[in-house]
Design a protein around this ligand. Structure first.
Ligand SMILES: [Zn+2]
Ligand SMILES: [Zn+2]
Length: 542
C-alpha cells in the first residue's frame, strides 16, 4: 500500500480511533452510528452505516478488534408522515387515507409506540428498522443493533439523565449557545405523557432522591411547523420514563457504547456536533469520539426527499445494480457531494467496472487507488479479472430477448467469451436481469435503443451509401459476428471513409453513444430483421 493510500479517509479515521481507544482503555474499537426509524431510510441516510463499516474494516485490518454499532433511535417522536412508505423490500405504497387514519393520531408519540401501518411488526419503528437492516445485510454490512427504547428501559441512560438534571443550569447554558428559544427554566428531559402517550411534556419539578420528575403535558411544535396540543395532564414519573432531547441522547450514546469513531452528515456539524463536544467535555467529563463528516447524496441532481418522491433505498438500487456497485457509492471522498443519476445508472456501473479493470491491470498511482477502493467494495484480487458485460450493452440486448436468451446470443456472436467460469456466467446473467429491470422501471426513454421504425438522419452521403452497402449485403447473406464486422470495414474502405468515423455512426444509431463493443459482433447478436429495419431507415439529411 502506497503512502497516499494510507491517507485514505477510512484508514485515517481508523488509526485515530485505535489511538483513541488505546488511550481510553477500550478493549474493542467501536464505530457507532444511529438512525431514526421515522420512515424508509434512503441511500443517503446509509452513509453512516456503510462508511462506518469501511472504518470498522480498516480497524480490523490494522489488527485491532472492532465493531460497528447501530442504534435505532426509536424514542424519537413521529414528526411527519412520509408521502410514500415501503411496505416491504420491493413494494412502495403511497400514503393513502387509510394509512393516514392510522398514523395521524400517532404523530408526537415515540416511533417505538406507533402502530405498524402494515401490521407485520410490533411497531412502526421495528418495521422500518427491519427494512434498513435487510438492505444493509444485502451489501454485507452487519452492525450490532440496539433499540434505544430498550436501553432506556434497562436503565442505560439513568446516570446520564441524573447528571443532566443535577447540572441542569450548566446544560442549559451550553445549549443556549447553539440553539435558539431555550427557556430560562428549561430542563433537558421529556417524559412520555402517561395520559396521551406523546412527547409533549415539560418538566416542572425534580426529585433526585427518588429519581423522579414532575411534568405537565403542555404541547410541542415539531419541525417548527406541526403543533401538537398537550392534553394538560400532570404527573410524576421515574426519570427512566423520560427521553433525552436528541442532541443529548447522541452524547449519551457516545458514552454508553464507549464510542471511538462516529460518522455523521455535514448538517450536524455546526450544531449538534459542536454542542455535543462541549457537553461531553464540560458537563459529562469524557472525550467525544473521532468524527467523520460527510456530504449528502443527490439523486438525479436533487436532494432526496419523501415529498419529491425521489427517495431510493438500498433495496431499490439493488434491483438495478450489483451489491459491490452500491458499496462503491460510499467509498469515495466523504466531503464531495455525490450525484447518483439513477436514470443514467450505467455511468456508475461503468465507473465501477473501470475501477475493477484498473485494480487488476493498471499501473502506478491510479491503480493503487483503484485497488484500495476495490478492497472496500469487493475484497482481495483473484487470479484474474472477472468478466463484466458492459451495462449499456446489457440494457440494449434485453430489450430484444429475455436475459437467458440474450446471454446465449451474446456468447454465440463472440461478444461474451465462451470460456467463462460458472460464477462469471451467473454474474453476467444477473447483470442482464438488472439491466432489464432498469430499462423497464428507471431509464429515460431517450436512453432506450433505436426504434426500428424511426428515421435516422446523417449529413454525409458517403456514410449513407456505406450503410446501404452493408444493408444490401447482409440482407442477402447469413453472416456471423466476425463476418459482419469485416463487412463494415469493407464498406468503409469502399466508400473511402475513416473506419472509426463509420463505426461511431453505427454506435450512435444503435446504442445512442459514440463507443461500444465490436459493432459487427454486437449487431449479429441482435435480431436480423430489426438490424435491417434500422439500417433501412438511415436517411440523408438535406
Ligand atoms: Zn411491518
Ligand atoms: Zn398528554
Amino acid at each position: 500500500m502506497t503512502k497516499s493510500q494510507e491517507q485514505f479517509w477510512a484508514k485515517k479515521v481508523a488509526r485515530e480511533a485505535i489511538e483513541f481507544a488505546t488511550k481510553h482503555n477500550h478493549e474493542i474499537v467501536t464505530v457507532r452510528s444511529g438512525a431514526s426509524p421515522s420512515g424508509p431510510k434512503h441511500i443517503g441516510n446509509m452513509n453512516d452505516q456503510v462508511r462506518g463499516e469501511f472504518i470498522r474494516k480498516s480497524i480490523e485490518n490494522y489488527g485491532s478488534k472492532a465493531r460497528l454499532v447501530l442504534t435505532s433511535d426509536d424514542m424519537d417522536p413521529l414528526r411527519t408522515i412520509p408521502a410514500r412508505l415501503q411496505e416491504n423490500e420491493s413494494k412502495w405504497v403511497k400514503t393513502d387515507e387509510n394509512i393516514l387514519k392510522i398514523l395521524e393520531p400517532e404523530v408526537g408519540k415515540p416511533v417505538s409506540k406507533v402502530l405498524d401501518p402494515f401490521g407485520c411488526h410490533n411497531s412502526y419503528a421495528e418495521h422500518f428498522t427491519d427494512l434498513m437492516m435487510e438492505g444493509l445485510k444485502k451489501i454485507s454490512v452487519y452492525p450490532e443493533l440496539y433499540y434505544v427504547s430498550k436501553l432506556y428501559k434497562e436503565g442505560k441512560y439513568d446516570w446520564f439523565i441524573a447528571e443532566t438534571i443535577r447540572k441542569k443550569d450548566a446544560v442549559r447554558e451550553v445549549l443556549k449557545k447553539y440553539q435558539q428559544n431555550i427557556p430560562d427554566d428549561y430542563i433537558a428531559l421529556v417524559p412520555v405523557c402517561e395520559n396521551c402517550g406523546k412527547l409533549t411534556t415539560k418538566v416542572t419539578g425534580v426529585d433526585l432522591e427518588k429519581m423522579e420528575v414532575e411534568y405537565e403535558c403542555t404541547g410541542r411544535v415539531l419541525h417548527g411547523k406541526y403543533e401538537i396540543k398537550g392534553c394538560g395532564h400532570k404527573g410524576k414519573v421515574n426519570i427512566r420514563k423520560g427521553k433525552l432531547p436528541w442532541r443529548l441522547e447522541w452524547v449519551a450514546d457516545w458514552k454508553i457504547f464507549n464510542t471511538d469513531a462516529e460518522p455523521f452528515g455535514k448538517e450536524h456539524f455546526e450544531g449538534s456536533w459542536k454542542s455535543g463536544k462541549e457537553l461531553a467535555k464540560r458537563i459529562y467529563k469524557f472525550d467525544p469520539p473521532i468524527p467523520l463528516v460527510y456530504e449528502f447524496f443527490l439523486v438525479d441532481g436533487e436532494k432526496m426527499s419523501s415529498r419529491l418522491g425521489n427517495v431510493y433505498t438500498i433495496q431499490d438500487l439493488l434491483k438495478i445494480v450489483e451489491p459491490e456497485v452500491v458499496r462503491y457509492m460510499y467509498v469515495k471522498k466523504p466531503l464531495v457531494q455525490r450525484d447518483i443519476a439513477v436514470k443514467e445508472v450505467y455511468k456508475l456501473v461503468d465507473e465501477f467496472d473501470e475501477i475493477e479493470r484498473l485494480a487488476y491491470e493498471g499501473r502506478g498511482e491510479r491503480a493503487e487507488e483503484a485497488k484500495n477502493y476495490y478492497w472496500y467494495c469487493v475484497g482481495e484480487l483473484k487470479d484474474r479479472r472477472p468478466y463484466r458485460l458492459p451495462y449499456r450493452l446489457a440494457a440494449t440486448i434485453v430489450q430484444f430477448y429475455p436475459p437467458e436468451v440474450a446471454l446465449e446470443r451474446l456468447t454465440k456472436s463472440g461478444i461474451v467469451p465462451d470460456n467463462l467460469s460458472d460464477e462469471e456466467r451467473q454474474k453476467t446473467l444477473t447483470r442482464l436481469k438488472l439491466a432489464k429491470q432498469w430499462v423497464e422501471e428507471f431509464s429515460d426513454r431517450k436512453l432506450r435503443i433505436a426504434e426500428a421504425n424511426k428515421e435516422h438522419y446523417i449529413k454525409d452521403e458517403k456514410i449513407i451509401r456505406a450503410f446501404n452497402y452493408v444493408y444490401e449485403t447482409y440482407k442477402n447473406k447469413e453472416m456471423n459476428g466476425e463476418e459482419l464486422q469485416a463487412l463494415f470495414y469493407e464498406a468503409a474502405r469502399k466508400f473511402e471513409l475513416n473506419p472509426s468515423e463509420f463505426f461511431k455512426q453505427g454506435y450512435l444509431i444503435f446504442l445512442g453513444e459514440e463507443h461500444g463493443p465490436r459493432l459487427g459482433n454486437f449487431l449479429a447478436s441482435l435480431d436480423k430483421d430489426y438490424v435491417l429495419k434500422v439500417m433501412a431507415n438511415i436517411k440523408l439529411k438535406k
